[in-house]
Design a protein around this ligand. Structure first.
Ligand SMILES: Cc1cc2nc3c(=O)[nH]c(=O)nc-3n(C[C@H](O)[C@H](O)[C@H](O)COP(=O)(O)OP(=O)(O)OC[C@H]3O[C@@H](n4cnc5c(N)ncnc54)[C@H](O)[C@@H]3O)c2cc1C
Length: 368
C-alpha cells in the first residue's frame, strides 16, 4: 500500500488495530490470488480481467443481486466515454459486449459536427489509434444489463462470486510492528494480505483491488434530509474507509447529483423533440456486427427549461442541502439547480427524457 500522506494518529479519531493473520489457525483461512471488493462497473471488469489471466479470483460484493447495477442514468458511452468502452472491449473487457446485448437505443453523437470539431479530433486521432472523434452511446435496459453482466461473471472460469461485506483489510507490517495501533509505531506501513469480512472470517490474497464506488462512507442528500447510504436503498461501507484512513490515505468527498425519476406514463410528450436510434446501430464491441434490439429501439425526447422552470427552482433553493457548498472535491453530474446557479445568463437548459428499460416506464432526465 502506498500512502499519499504521512500518517498522523492524532488526526484520526477512529484509530484502531488492523486485522492480522498471525494468530489464525490455517483451517479458517481461504486463499485466492486476487480479491476484488465491489461488483459495480469497475469490480466486474477487474475480477473478470484477473480471472482471464488465470489468477484464482474472488469477487466479494455486498449483494450478489446488485452485481452490474447501473447507479445513475442507464447509459453507456457518449463523446469521450464511448472511446473508453471501445478500449475496454479491445482488452477483452465485458461492458461493451454487455451493453450491446442490453442496449435499447444506439446513437453516434457528434455525427453532424462541423469541420472544426472534426479537425480537433483528427489531431487527437494522430495521438491515439483507438480514438473515435464521434461518441458512440447507448441507452441501456437496466435489468437486462445486470442480468447479462451476472451471466458473464458466473460463467467466467477461475472466478468465485460471493455476497459479503468486507469490514477491514488484513495488513501485516513489514517490520513486525502493529501499524498505527496504540503503542505501535505510527507511520509504519505494511503489505495487504487479505480482507476481513463483517462475519469475522478472514480471506487471504496477496492482491486486493478495492472498487467500492460511491459506498465508502457514502451519504445521500434529498431535499433537506441527509443520511448514510452507499446508493439508494443500500448501506454505506464504513469499516473499509477507516482501514484506508488508518493506512494513511487521505479521505475526501466526491459529489454527484441525479435527477428525479418520472413515471413515463405521466409525461405529455406532445411537442417534444424526438430522438430515434441509428439504423444500422453501431455496436460497441468489435466482436459484434449488430445488436439484438436494432429494430425495436426506444425513442428519447428532448425539451428545454424556460424562465418559469428557472423561477420554480430558484425560489426553492432553500429546500435543498445538495447545493450548499459544504463539500469540496470532484463532481460527477451537476444537478439542474447547480447549473442554474452557475450559468445565470442562460435562458434555458436542455433536458433529455430517456427510458430506463423496454417494458417499464421510469424515465430519467440526463445532461449529456
Ligand atoms: C445517484 C448517482 C448518480 C451518479 N451519476 C454519475 C454520473 O452521472 N456519471 C458518472 O460517471 N458517475 C456517476 N455516478 C457514480 C457511479 O456510481 C460511478 O460512475 C460508477 O457506478 C462507479 O462504478 P464502481 O464500479 O466504481 O462502483 P459502484 O458502481 O458504486 O459499485 C460499488 C460496489 O461495491 C460494493 N461494495 C461497497 N462496499 C463494499 C464492501 N465493504 N464489501 C463488499 N462490497 C462492497 C457495492 O455493493 C457495489 O456493488 C453516480 C452515482 C450515483 C449513486
Amino acid at each position: 500500500m502506498r500512502p499519499r500522506l504521512p500518517f498522523l494518529s492524532s488526526l484520526y479519531p477512529f484509530a484502531r488495530r488492523f486485522s492480522t493473520v498471525a494468530n489464525l489457525p490455517p483451517s479458517s483461512v481461504n486463499q485466492y490470488d486476487v480479491i476484488v471488493i465491489g461488483g459495480g462497473h469497475a469490480g466486474s471488469e477487474a475480477c473478470a480481467a484477473a480471472a482471464r489471466t488465470g489468477a484464482r479470483t474472488l469477487l466479494l460484493t455486498q449483494n450478489l443481486e446488485t452485481i452490474g447495477e447501473l447507479s445513475c442514468n442507464p447509459s453507456f458511452g457518449g463523446v469521450g466515454k464511448g472511446v473508453l468502452v471501445k478500449e475496454v472491449d479491445a482488452l477483452d473487457g465485458l461492458c461493451g459486449r454487455v451493453s450491446d446485448l442490453s442496449g435499447i437505443q444506439f446513437k453516434v453523437l457528434n455525427r453532424s459536427r462541423g469541420p472544426a470539431v472534426h479537425f480537433i479530433f483528427f489531431l487527437l486521432l494522430l495521438l491515439s489509434t483507438h480514438l473515435h472523434y464521434q461518441g458512440p452511446r447507448a441507452q441501456i435496459d437496466r435489468k437486462l444489463y445486470k442480468r447479462h453482466m451476472q451471466d458473464a461473471l458466473y460463467s467466467q472460469p477461475n472466478l468465485t462470486l460471493r455476497g459479503a461485506n468486507v469490514a477491514d483489510l488484513v495488513i501485516t507490517p513489514e517490520d513486525g510492528t502493529d501499524i498505527g495501533a496504540e503503542g505501535g509505531r505510527v507511520g509504519t506501513y505494511g503489505r495487504v494480505r487479505g480482507v476481513k469480512l463483517e462475519s469475522g472470517e478472514i480471506v487471504i490474497a496477496p492482491n486486493v483491488v478495492i472498487t467500492t464506488g460511491t459506498f465508502l462512507q457514502g451519504e445521500i442528500h434529498i431535499g433537506l434530509k441527509s443520511y448514510p447510504a452507499g446508493r439508494m436503498g443500500e448501506s454505506p461501507c464504513v469499516g473499509l474507509s477507516k482501514s484506508l484512513q488508518m493506512a494513511g490515505f487521505r479521505l475526501a468527498r466526491l459529489k454527484t447529483g441525479t435527477p428525479a425519476r418520472l413515471d413515463g406514463r405521466t409525461i405529455n410528450y406532445v411537442g417534444l423533440a424526438q430522438q430515434h436510434g441509428d439504423v444500422p446501430a453501431s455496436p460497441f464491441s468489435f466482436l459484434h456486427d449488430s445488436v439484438p434490439f436494432e429494430f425495436q429501439q426506444v425513442v428519447c425526447h428532448m425539451t428545454r427549461t424556460n424562465s418559469e422552470t428557472h423561477k420554480i427552482v430558484m425560489d426553492n433553493l432553500h429546500q435543498s442541502i445538495h447545493i450548499r457548498e459544504t463539500v469540496k472535491g470532484p463532481r460527477y453530474c451537476p444537478s439542474l439547480e447547480s447549473k442554474l446557479m452557475r450559468f445565470k445568463e442562460k435562458q434555458g437548459h436542455t433536458i433529455w427524457l430517456e427510458p430506463e428499460g423496454r417494458y417499464y416506464f421510469l424515465v430519467g432526465e440526463e445532461c449529456r
